[in-house]
Every structure is written in C-alpha cells, then in structure tokens.
Design a protein around this ligand. Sequence first.
Ligand SMILES: *Cc1c(COP(=O)(O)O)cnc(C)c1O
Length: 461
Amino acid sequence: MKYISTRGQAPALSFGDVLLAGLANDGGLYIPETLPSYTKEEIASWASLSYQELAFKIMWPFVEGEIPADDFKRMIDEAYSSFNHTSIAPMVQTGNNEWVLELFRGPTLAFKDFALQLLGRLMDFVLEKRGEKLVIMGATSGDTGSAAIEGCRHSEHLDIFILHPYQRVSEVQRRQMTTIIDDNVFNIAVKGNFDDCQGMVKTSFADQSFLKGAKLGAVNSINWARIMAQIVYYFSSALSVGAPHRKVSFSVPTGNFGDIFAGYLAKQMGLPIDQLVVATNQNDILHRTIAENDMSRQSLNVTLSPSMDIMVSSNFERLLFDAHGRDGDKINDLMQRFNQGDVTLDDSAWQFVKDNFDSYKVDDEGTCDVIANVFSETQYLLDPHTAIGLEAARKCWKDKSVPMITLATAHPVKFPEAVEKAGCESPSLPEHMKDLFEREESYDVLDNSIADVQQFVADRI
Ligand SMILES: *Cc1c(COP(=O)(O)O)cnc(C)c1O
C-alpha cells in the first residue's frame, strides 16, 4: 500500500515511512492511495471473529509489505491485552435501537488508547528494523498525553517528551502522565498555557537542528496509523447489531475529526452506514461547515468537554481531499484561500460533505441535562463528550429502524466537574487506577521558553 499527500506535492510513501513522518513535507496529510473494499458476504463472514482477529483482517492491507503477519498479530494482541473488558469495545443499550459503544476500557480510560497502544508498538518495530531512533514530542491539555505515554513507555527506540501547561490540567489527567516512570518518558510542565506548549512543539518540528541529527515523530491524529486503528471498532460494533444485513448509524463526539473520519473510511470499505453524525460542543466549526458552509475560525471556548475544544479540525483536510475529487492542487489552493480569509467551500464540495455527514452542537447546559436525564432514566453515567454524542444522535436520527451507535470516548471518572454539575456523583476510579493518588510522580517544571525546553530535550536523548 502506498500513501499520498492531500496536497499532492510530497512523494508517495510506504506505511513505515508514513508512520514515522506524521505530516507530509508539503504540509498535507497522508492517506492511502486506494482503499480495500469488501462485499456483504465477506463482512458477514467476520461476525464470529474476536476483536483482535477482526483488527488484523481490517488493518492488514494497510501494513502489508512493511510488517510480517505474525509480528503484526502479536502487536495487536499486546496492544489490547491491557483493556479491562474481554470484548475490548463492549456495547451498552440505552434505548430502543440505541447503543453506546464503550471505547474507554483501555489503560487511560479514553478511546485514544485504541490507536496509541498500537502506534507505540508499530513505531518500535519499524525503528528496530531500520536501526533508527525517534524522539516523540507532543503537547497535551489532557487525554492525548497520557494515552501517548502509555503507548510508548515500553518502546526501546523511542523517547517521549510530553509538554503540559503547569497547573492547568486536572489532577487525574496530570497523574495519569506523571506517575508513569520509565527511562524514556519525560513529562515537562511548562509555565505557560496549552497554546504555548503547542507552539513549542510546532516550532521544534519545523527546525529540528537542536536534536543534533535525531528525528521527531508525531503521535497526534494527523498520524495515519491512528486513523487506521480506529476503523476496526466501526466494523465490530456494526456486526454486533446485525450489519452488514442491515444498515447502522453512528454519532461521534468530534474534535480534530480523526475518529469520525475512520467511520467514513469504514463506509468506503463497504460497511453499510446510513448516517454519520458529527457531534460538537460550542467549538462548532465542523457543525457550521456542514450546516451552513461557514468554516470561519472563532475564538476558543473552554467547555465541560475539553477534549473537543479545538478551533480548527486538522483531519478535515482528509475529507476535503475526497470532496475535491482527490485533487491535491485544489487542496493547495483551498488552504491558501483559507489563510487569506475565504471560509466557504464551493457548492459541489459542500454538497459532498453534506451527503456524508449530519451534525449537531450541544452547549454545556445541554451536556449536563443529558448526563442527568440519562442517569435518572437508566442509571448509566455518561462522560460529557459522550453525552454530546448521544444528544446529537437523538436529534439527527432519521430512521429509527436503523440502529444508532454513539461512540463513548471517555470514562466519566475523568471529568468529575461535568458529572457533578449535572447533579450526579463522580464514580470511583476503576480497579487498575485505584491507587493513582498515592503513586509517585515525576515531572520537570520549566519556564515558558523554547530554548529551555529544547535544551532539556537535547540533554536527554
Ligand atoms: C480526543 C477526544 C475526542 C475527539 O476526537 P477526534 O478524533 O479529535 O475528533 C473526543 N472525546 C474524547 C474524550 C477525546 O479524548
């Protein structure tokens, strides 16, 4: 399988190169040159597979040629061995034909574990084969940092540096990162805000000379391997409610458009998906784009669903590529127009987007109402992101005979503020995290200075 850039200027690369590169050197994002597609009969024949077996079937065409089958199977088994439910991604029924797909059964209690548990292992394997090392640098305001650290901690060929804003992440989120003590894990608390941290990472990627020859790798959702791993649970959940013999719909709490883009790919690969619902909080650029063709950037709102607090969704470019007939020159033009302040798509591109997605936006008050109502009706406690997903599902659902699956992206214990504002009691930590508040922590506090941060990294690789 070859991968091409959405901006059409960078060379096509193999899976291993794309895995280590992250962003393409023309500023675009990598996507497969062609997608495998499956008939109803083929998909139906997967119904009795375990999650791990299904994961192998679905991801194999994307990695074939780079990773031997037995090694890939072992990596998949290891990646999902730390999940605390045997079906890995269990489903819970919350109403008639209405389901919640629990994607928070991994080590850090958010769906990002699905991809990052595998990503660390894939990177380590490719680096070992090539005799290379990679330095991971990332900024986090919460979930990504802990999931990335958990995914990379055992990698022999990776050093991981995660920047978080000092005293501006919740204690659960900080401790999920800082209590992982390994030789290759470095937590840096920067005396600044999240944008300062992200700015430092961006600058470091653009000029890597401070690394004295080492290379930087990306673990955010621009990395193709993350999208790939997320395709699997669309198939597993759909199969469990009767697909491919019937259609299914999905609602997805959306930030950077990575998770729901995986659903779009599942549909391209033959899964009969009726609706894909983009659920946003008040940071609603995607909802505005889909509903009104308005892609203008607005200032960032801090909400009760912080993992969806984004101004611009980076993975949306992957969809726009398809919406413009996979013409990289058109995407190049479009990005230039965006930077000059034009914020609309042409009619055919907008129509393409509308044909594939529905959308809905939920504010903080609405989020708390959903958490409270669902809890009082069913005793099931939603996290704020999932609550937004479920509300959007109910508002956009066109055909009630089609099962509607909402992706539950995090465990409610991670977001006590929203749960308590909804008048519910925050649940206790799951078994494997019971002693989180007693564990030893390790992190360094640095000034809001890129020179200091880069020196810190250079001294430790
Ligand atoms: C990252 C995250 C999201 C958003 O996912 P995208 O792939 O960026 O759209 C939603 N919910 C939770 C809990 C997350 O951690």
